[in-house]
Structures are given as structure tokens and as C-alpha cells.
Write a protein that binds this ligand. Structure first.
Ligand SMILES: Cc1cc2nc3c(=O)[nH]c(=O)nc-3n(C[C@H](O)[C@H](O)[C@H](O)COP(=O)(O)OP(=O)(O)OC[C@H]3O[C@@H](n4cnc5c(N)ncnc54)[C@H](O)[C@@H]3O)c2cc1C
Length: 427
């Protein structure tokens, strides 16, 4: 088959969702497709383990940095160091601007199938006062900023940790998918527990100094009532303060946080997660909802343009915005592309998207928590445990991710779920 007779698959984004999707496409579709990956960054920062690196006084730009291009290269995938700026759906072309050198000229890239895995903007720029007075742990830059504050400037005052309001798209939202008011509330729980341990370690106090806040009725509501109630009981016993129904962050000041519901919290450190906002080039397209999240069916295919797929945070079905949901979607999309290109028969296609929250959080002191739940989506799985095993699994996942280049072995996820749900949970 000539190279150009093969369908050209273009994957936009090469972080958790895009990298894993591209690697599964390579594995499942092989020479049946020509594969190109586009990302402005030739690396990813392993964000889920960033908080623990900050509290350990490690520079996450060094320790959590994973080069991605060499994995694409070893698969024979073309990597283009560029940002997509426009999609012409009718003519199946993407405008890209190379990002390795300022001043590069826009180019047009044709595709037969397009996978959108560009994540979202984490919109700190929408929070008044964030740059001057706020902190977070979602990037190397902000992680290092907080690290410098913690280890050099922090005077032991009160700490507020929580989220701004998330604005989910509602057009085309299936009935089984609830509306979330926070995009991803595992991190605030994790940061709170790790911070409490860090305060104790340094003789600066304990959880009594920390208030967790949420725009919603309950923090991390997507974990399901049973797990959240159990967590809140433990957090209360540890001494954490709790503020719910804050609605949104109105402003961050030198003295604390002002909320949209008229209340406020005094805090020396204000550690926040923002709204997750789709990239501007996706807003207004017929494949997107009213916010710019890409609409798909349960095979992650857009109904109006079946040659377009979405994976990870960019997809409207990914709620909450969780890497583990993107991982499941990556295999689904690779199956669809392998099927369509004739690489595999229908009988080899895996299950459709069936979301479940799967989350490993750090608690400090080599302990972690594990959540596996689908009750928020109407299911019956609800597992929550804390201990050394959850921490060990979190560390093992990162190691496996770095070693395999974002393509954990096929038994990895089911094995993890099985052992944590039934075996290791009491350790
Ligand atoms: C502090 C924190 C802790 C977290 N912990 C966990 C956890 O423990 N478990 C978990 O499952 N999830 C966790 N998450 C959520 C997880 O990080 C996200 O769900 C995940 O990163 C989404 O992956 P993605 O590839 O869809 O998007 P992203 O990781 O945002 O990656 C998007 C990629 O697209 C690229 N891109 C952007 N714009 C363009 C463009 N125009 N053209 C081409 N490429 C583009 C970017 O450079 C990037 O490489 C955490 C999030 C935070 C903030």
C-alpha cells in the first residue's frame, strides 16, 4: 500500500490523552494509517504527582518532566512541534503554527481522521488577584512558585484550598451525565491532606490551619455521597475547616479569598484550582457544545463529523476533568480508527465509554487515598481507602507511565482496580 493511500490520522495534543491515544493507534492500526501528532510542547509534565513534589521541595520541571517525542519517533509517528489554531471541518484541514521558534508562518495540514486531545485552558487569568496573591500546583511554574513560598516565605498562617466554579457545556449533555460545579476536586483533597502532614512535619501545626472550600454542595461530589461523607467525617476529626456552596471565587486578596456567595476566608496561603475552559479555536465549531467542549458519542466520535474524535479534558463527556477518564477513551478511539482502517475486525473492538472515577491521592508520610466510584453516573461501585498501598500504587503508576511512554500494559488498569478494590485496600 502506498503511504498516501493510507488514511492520515492527525492527533492534536500529546499529553495524557493524546500521547496514549497515538500510542494505542500505532499498536492497533499499525501500517494501516499514517499518524501525525501535533503539540506546542515536545514534553509533558506529570501533573498528578506535582503536589507531592512541591511539598517535598523538588523542582517538578526536573522531576516530573517526560520527553514525549522519542516515543512517537520509536513508533514511526510524525511529531510536529506546533499549535493548532483553526479547524476547517468541511475541507478536513487544520491550521498549525510551529512553536519551536517565534515568528513561524501558519501551515495547513490535511487529515482523514482527526483526534482532538488538546485539554483545556486552566483559567487562572479569570480570577481577580490570582497572579499577586494566589497559588496552585497545576504546572511546573506555579508549583515552583508555591514551593518557594512554602520553604522561604510562609509564616504559618491560615491556608485556604479549593476550586473556582466550573462551567460545563449543557448542549448535547446526555441525561446520565450530571452537571458538575467543580472541574476536578481530587487535587484540593490531596493538597489539603499533604499540607496538613507538611505542617506537622515542620512543627507549624496541623489540619486546624486549613479550610477546604468548594463551589458545590459537597466537595468532590463526583466521588459519590458515601465516599464524600466518609471523607468529610475523617477531615472533620483531623481538624480541617470546611466551606461549601461558595458558588465561585470572586477575588483573591493579600488577606484571603472572597466568594461569589458573599462570604470570605482569611488566609495567608490561597491554593486554588480554576475553571477549565476550552481553547478558543474549538468554540463556535459545529462539533462543539456552547462552551467549546467537543461533543461525542460513547465511542468518542462526533455525531456531525464522524471523522472527528475527542479524548481527555477537551471532550464534553469527560466530567470531571480526570486523566483516568481520558485513558479509557484513548483505547476506545484507537479501536475505532483501527476498525475503520481495516486493521482489526469488529470482534476486536472493546467496550464503549463507561465512566468511573479512579483516583490515587497523596496524603504525605508515604500514605495515600484511593477512590473508585461510578455512583455519580448511576452505577454501584464505591470503594474508598487510605493507607500505604494507595501511595505505592500512585508512585508505581508514574514509574510505569514514564517507562512505557504513556502506554501502560493492558492488564495494568484492571489489575490495579482489582488489587485496590479487593486485596491491598487494608494496607
Ligand atoms: C493538580 C492536578 C492534579 C491532578 N491529579 C490527577 C490524578 O491524580 N488523576 C487523574 O486521573 N487526573 C488528575 N488530574 C487531571 C489530569 O491532569 C487531566 O485530566 C489530564 O491532564 C488531561 O489530559 P489531556 O491530555 O486531556 O489534557 P492536558 O494534560 O491539558 O494536555 C493537553 C495537551 O494538548 C496540547 N495543546 C494545547 N493546545 C494545543 C493546540 N492548540 N494544538 C495542539 N496541541 C495543543 C498541550 O500542550 C498538552 O500537551 C489532575 C489535575 C491537576 C490540575
Amino acid at each position: 500500500m502506498s503511504a498516501h493511500a493510507r488514511p492520515h490520522v492527525v492527533v492534536l495534543g500529546s499529553s495524557f490523552a493524546g500521547l496514549t491515544t497515538a500510542r494505542y493507534i500505532h499498536q492497533k492500526a499499525g501500517d494501516h494509517v499514517r499518524l501525525t501528532v501535533v503539540d506546542p510542547n515536545p514534553y509533558l509534565i506529570f501533573v498528578p504527582n506535582l503536589p507531592m513534589e512541591v511539598f517535598a521541595d523538588h523542582d517538578p520541571l526536573v522531576t516530573m518532566h517526560m520527553e514525549t517525542v522519542r516515543f512517537h519517533d520509536s513508533d514511526g509517528t510524525t511529531f510536529i512541534n506546533a499549535a493548532a489554531t483553526e479547524i476547517d471541518l468541511d475541507n478536513r484541514r487544520v491550521t498549525i503554527v510551529p512553536t519551536d521558534r517565534a515568528g513561524s508562518a501558519p501551515e495547513s495540514l490535511a487529515y482523514d481522521m482527526l483526534v482532538i486531545a488538546t485539554g483545556n485552558r486552566l483559567a487562572y487569568d479569570q480570577i481577580e488577584g490570582f497572579a499577586e496573591h494566589g497559588d496552585t500546583v497545576s504546572s511546573g511554574h506555579y508549583g515552583n512558585k508555591l514551593r518557594r513560598k512554602l520553604f522561604h516565605d510562609y509564616k504559618g498562617g491560615p491556608v485556604a484550598i479549593g476550586s473556582a466554579r466550573f462551567h460545563q457545556g449543557l448542549t448535547g449533555k446526555p441525561d446520565w451525565l450530571p452537571e458538575a460545579v467543580a472541574a476536578c476536586e481530587g487535587p484540593p483533597l490531596e493538597i489539603g491532606l499533604t499540607m496538613a502532614h507538611w505542617l506537622g512535619q515542620r512543627g507549624l501545626g496541623d489540619a486546624h490551619k486549613i479550610t477546604l472550600f468548594t463551589p458545590g454542595e459537597k466537595i468532590a461530589e463526583d466521588a459519590g455521597d458515601a465516599i464524600v461523607d466518609q471523607f468529610l467525617q475523617i477531615a472533620t476529626e483531623m481538624g480541617f475547616g470546611y466551606a461549601n456552596n461558595t458558588q465561585d471565587i470572586k477575588a483573591i486578596t493579600a488577606d484571603g479569598i472572597e466568594f461569589a456567595n458573599g462570604t470570605s476566608l482569611e488566609a495567608e496561603l490561597k491554593i486554588v484550582l480554576p475553571d477549565w475552559v476550552p481553547h478558543a479555536f474549538l468554540a463556535g465549531l459545529p462539533i462543539s457544545d456552547e462552551r467549546g467542549f467537543v461533543l461525542t458519542d460513547l465511542r468518542m466520535r462526533n455525531p456531525l463529523h464522524p471523522e472527528v474524535f475527542a479524548v481527555g479534558d477537551a471532550a464534553a463527556l469527560t466530567v470531571p476533568k480526570l486523566g483516568s477518564l481520558g485513558h479509557q477513551q484513548a483505547e476506545i478511539v484507537a479501536d475505532q480508527i483501527a476498525l475503520q482502517s481495516g486493521a482489526i475486525p469488529e470482534s476486536k473492538v472493546g467496550e464503549a465509554f463507561h465512566p468511573a472515577i479512579l483516583c490515587f491521592g497523596d496524603m504525605g508520610g508515604h500514605k495515600g487515598f484511593y477512590i473508585h466510584s461510578d455512583t455519580w453516573y448511576g452505577g454501584t461501585t464505591s470503594v474508598f481507602n487510605m493507607g500505604y498501598a494507595a501511595y505505592a500504587m500512585k508512585m508505581a503508576f508514574k514509574e510505569m507511565y514514564f517507562r512505557t511512554g504513556g502506554k501502560p500494559v493492558s492488564w495494568g488498569m484492571p489489575f490495579t482496580e482489582f488489587t485496590m478494590d479487593h486485596g491491598l485496600s487494608r494496607i
